[in-house]
Design a binder for this molecule. Structure first.
Ligand SMILES: [Zn+2]
Length: 150
């Protein structure tokens, strides 16, 4: 079954991360470690927060620490399996039908993220003018934030 078909079927079902059917390798109070059923790589691991949240921003600090603990253990497992590198990707659930609606973390060995941009084009180094525009956007966003509670 294609992952896209799985997601359509899952949307009509209960949350698979709140009601896990897949093997749990490790767990603590806040999260558990399982595998990617539609993996980018053979040993693609997933860390799933136990509480159903869509965004990283919804996590309490203690939940984030529990998730971090499982991510570190997942990373150690991949290194023990012989991989030299891995990539951690935070996947929020606010992305319509592109992924599960429950925040999760991919821990992917030997992933080569970075050759293409988000539109599938080869990445290019920004010009000084583009860097200035991006910097201004970030500065404007920071001026509106107080970072209280973060
Ligand atoms: Zn859920």
């Amino acid at each position: 079954m294609l992952y896209s078909e799985y997601l359509v079927r899952s949307a009509e079902d209960v949350c698979h991360f709140c009601n896990p059917r897949d093997r749990k390798f490790i767990e603590n109070e806040g999260a558990f470690l399982t595998y990617g059923i539609a993996p980018y790589h053979k040993h693609h691991l997933l860390v799933i927060p136990k509480r159903h949240v869509q965004s990283f921003m919804e996590l309490a600090r203690d939940e984030a620490e529990q998730i971090w603990d499982i991510i570190r253990k997942a990373s150690a497992i991949l290194l023990e399996l012989g991989y030299e590198s891995y990539t951690v990707v935070v996947r929020e659930g606010k992305n319509d039908a592109k992924s599960m609606k429950h925040l999760h973390y991919h821990i992917i060995p030997e992933e080569h993220i970075g050759d293409l941009d988000h539109e599938g084009n080869k990445r290019v180094v920004m010009s000084e003018k583009e860097i200035q525009a991006v910097s201004q956007d970030i500065q404007k966003a920071m001026q509106k934030l107080t970072f209280t509670g973060l």
